[in-house]
Design a protein around this ligand. Structure first.
Ligand SMILES: C[S@@+](CC[C@H](N)C(=O)[O-])C[C@H]1O[C@@H](n2cnc3c(N)ncnc32)[C@H](O)[C@@H]1O
Length: 291
């Protein structure tokens, strides 16, 4: 627990879950489970990005939205991705070079205060990222200025479980992990404490209200279900360690973590009725706002 708290305190930055995205960048969104990419493709559809447009992607991570955006704007458009995680920026930048794309670039920058000229963008996107920013009113006010008149903002948010003590991902009772965590570690860490109070992410309704308060005239919300499919219990459990949920695993004392993982895989397999494919349904909110 001491090591865990020390690492968290050393790496805390605005909204990046205390460096967790630097730690997961190498395994993020590359396993067998398709989640971030289908959500991102759907976001690009909902926003309606066109050829020749200039787009900013906030919290671009490994490029789930960035690469579909680059294809949508074509050679005459441009896409810039920003992220606070150096490891994410480095890995995505290398991929852009490998793919030989010249209409897209990435920069390390805080999504709360992006440094670009007013009216610079036709579209701003952020999938599973913008809701992590600590001061959303400031961020939305900045996006309103960075967009040209008539520009659009599109973001996605996971709809959180209403009751953390019953939090499930298909046959995976995530709430079971909570029992393994030392309450002192939760209390000592505000981002973890918020997570456990079920307040980690703002609700889509409060985001929509804040967007209106910052001058976005029209805000539409689309709530959709996404089914994730894992080859087996081990793949589902590994997936929960490859993104922000890793903070829950890291809060389990290291001496117990391996054992808890083995026990969890066995429990998920049993609740699944045996080995083989495991599915879980997640609720996603897509917000599309126009200025
Ligand atoms: C769950 S990932 C989503 C990445 C990508 N948009 C996707 O859909 O796969 C969240 C990303 O947001 C980034 N992030 C969180 N807070 C940020 C902030 N204040 N400014 C910039 N990036 C941020 C994290 O570093 C991480 O890469």
């Amino acid at each position: 627990v001491d090591d865990f708290l020390e690492v968290k305190m050393k790496t805390a930055e605005n909204g990046v879950l205390d460096g967790v995205f630097d730690r997961v960048a190498k395994v993020y969104d590359i396993g067998g489970i398709e989640f971030f990419k289908p959500v991102a493709r759907r976001l690009v559809e909902h926003v309606g990005v066109g050829v020749g447009q200039r787009v900013l992607d906030v919290g671009c991570g490994r490029g789930a939205v960035l690469f579909p955006l680059a294809a949508a704007v074509g050679a005459t458009g441009s896409v810039v991705g920003i992220d606070l995680s150096s490891a994410m920026v480095a890995a995505t930048s290398a991929e852009i070079t490998d793919l030989g794309l010249d209409n897209v670039s990435v920069l390390k920058m805080d999504g709360q205060n992006p440094e670009f000229a007013p009216g610079n963008f036709d579209v701003i996107t952020g999938s599973m990222s913008i809701m992590m920013i600590s001061d959303l009113a400031t961020a939305f006010g900045n996006y309103a200025r960075l967009l040209r008149q008539g520009g659009k903002l599109g973001m996605t948010i996971p709809i959180p479980p209403t009751d953390l003590t019953r939090w499930t991902l298909g046959p995976f009772e995530v709430a079971g992990l909570v029992k393994e965590i030392d309450p002192a570690a939760v209390v000592a860490d505000e981002s973890l404490a918020k997570f456990f109070r079920g307040e980690f992410y703002p609700s889509p309704t409060s985001c929509a209200d804040q967007l209106r308060a910052e001058g976005f005239a029209q805000v539409d919300e689309y709530k959709e279900k996404l089914r994730i499919v894992a080859a087996g219990a081990a793949e589902l459990v590994a997936w929960t360690q490859s993104h922000s949920m890793r903070v829950v695993w890291e809060a389990i004392p290291e001496s117990r973590r391996g054992k808890v993982e083995v026990e969890t895989i066995a429990e998920v397999t049993e609740r699944n009725g045996g080995p083989g494919q495991v599915t879980a349904d997640l609720q996603i909110s897509y917000l599309v706002a126009s200025i």
